[in-house]
Design a protein around this ligand. Sequence first.
Ligand SMILES: Cc1ncc(COP(=O)(O)O)c(C=O)c1O
Length: 411
Amino acid sequence: MRNENSAFNRSAEPLLDLAALRADTPGCEAVIHFNNAGAGLMPRPVLGAMLDHLRLEAAIGGYEASAARAAEVDDFHASLAELLGTRPGNIAFAASATHAYTKALSAIDFRPGDVILTTRNDFVSNQIAFLALRKRHGVRIVHAPDRPDGSGVDVDAMAALMRAHRPRLVAVTHVPTNSGLVQPVAEVGRHCRELDLLYLVDACQSVGQYPVDVEEIGCDLLTATCRKFLRGPRGSGFLYVSDRALAAGYEPLHIDMHGARWVAPGHYRPVATAARFEEWEFPYATVLGCAAAVRYALRVGLEPIARRTPALAGRLRERLAAVPGVRTLDGGPAPAALVTFTIEGWEAEPFKAALDARGINSALSYREFAQFDFADKEVRWCLRLSPHYYNTEDEVDAVAGAVAELARSAR
Ligand SMILES: Cc1ncc(COP(=O)(O)O)c(C=O)c1O
């Protein structure tokens, strides 16, 4: 039965109470927000947790406020552990997904000739980080080939490369920023586990959109932000570190008094948990906002979210594909809620500005975000529309209608 009194899904019923969810989301009144892959609209409990804490800091002092809210602060780790199927001690707060990712990379003692095996669709900043490691440490970067139908990495070919190169690191982005492609991270993970290879997953666009289980994926390290499909605040992210990686002694290059104990003048000892990847100072209001966002997602339910969100995007993709002059770009049998397309007769910025003027939030991706993917697709730029579960079918149709009108006006 549908729950009429709450925004949350407390039963196995897949329907979400959209009216309540939208009433919980102040931004819904002002815009059609189809930029959840940029930053999701924060629901009231997230905003409330942050504002309350800032008020408390102003009233009693920053250190005193974090002490007073210690249990809620701890819930950052506990809630994410619940979301990802792990324990609080395997989670570290980070200032962004990229911050988490570079901290993780800094823990690996790369030697000249070491191989990083990755994909052609891994996130732009990750690719730049690999190139920087090549420049400084002489690592080799190997990109596994894609399947010819554009449906993502060829896992068999990737597994063969694992056997041939014994990479120091295998790195896969679950859903890239520049398309709705969903990479088979768990299949890759099975090979990594079989061959005992260190495996890092960028789940920035999938956490909050799908159930993401670190055991099922078989990764050692996983990074994401809280601001996208989790609907948390900006300036937040996290790193999952497996027990395996902790026991093997992985620690960030720059470790501080929170991540380690200075046990003797010439000696420090990293703490036992993933806290060794954190720093002493936290933006506590942000941390509390993240915990509220994760609790919110858990209450709404990841299964219903994963049913509704890509389905809404599918409806949008279908409508856009029917518009003359529009070319949709997302590969794979079941793309995520990132709908990317080109439109004839428009340049990137004026097209986005025309959507902005209609109260529709969107984002642009450029060739430099996706050197391999956009070269394959022969595109210089595309527009990205990313709905979330709290968006409506009417909004999807209104957005598709606006794109159709703009396409007509350019012909
Ligand atoms: C797939 C992917 N990975 C990583 C990031 C980087 O996240 P952040 O901006 O929090 O560093 C993004 C951001 O768009 C992303 O889409």
